[in-house]
Write a protein that binds this ligand. Structure first.
Ligand code: ZN
Length: 156
């Protein structure tokens, strides 16, 4: 796993950075949704300040540019498609995402990409049972046809 050195001692791996960026986006959206006087805003602002110190400056600058345009700086990749701009992730970038060895940026929208993994805590939805179609005997088919004809006659 590739590591980024920060201030020569702190070593932060890619997964930690992505987790921090996701949390930062969430907190900044919380701050935008609340008045600055509320407790929700204050607690989010406090966490944002402490988190920003842990993220390397170039990554933070890229994040701020995206946020200034009102967009999230991270996007999940679902079925090899960026969920921010819905453009397919090139074949060459897919290995970076699966191995998580480098930060991947979407060529189209510039979001930091992470591979969406299914939540193991949520059980997969149960398969919908396919109803069995009963085979209808020829006699029953004739009886049904006659009853429909009788109804049609009764209506006229
Ligand atoms: Zn994109």
């Amino acid at each position: 796993m590739k590591i980024i050195r920060k201030n020569e001692e702190a070593i932060i791996d890619i997964k930690t950075i992505m987790r921090s960026l996701l949390r930062l986006n969430l907190l900044e959206e919380t701050m935008a949704a609340h008045s600055f006087r509320t407790n929700a805003y204050k607690s989010a602002a406090g966490e944002v300040t402490s988190m920003r110190g842990d993220i390397p400056a170039p990554i933070l600058a890229h994040h701020d540019r995206k946020r200034a345009r009102g967009r999230s700086s991270v996007a999940a990749v679902r079925h090899w498609v960026c969920t921010s701009c819905f453009i397919s992730v090139p074949q060459g970038r897919r290995s970076h995402l699966t191995q998580c060895d480098d930060l991947s940026v979407c060529d189209n929208c510039g979001s930091y990409l992470f591979l969406e993994t299914p939540d193991p805590t949520q059980a997969a939805p149960a398969p919908v049972p396919v109803p069995k179609i009963k085979s209808v005997s020829p006699r029953a088919r004739v009886a049904a046809k006659k009853s429909v004809q009788r109804l049609a006659v009764a209506r006229d």
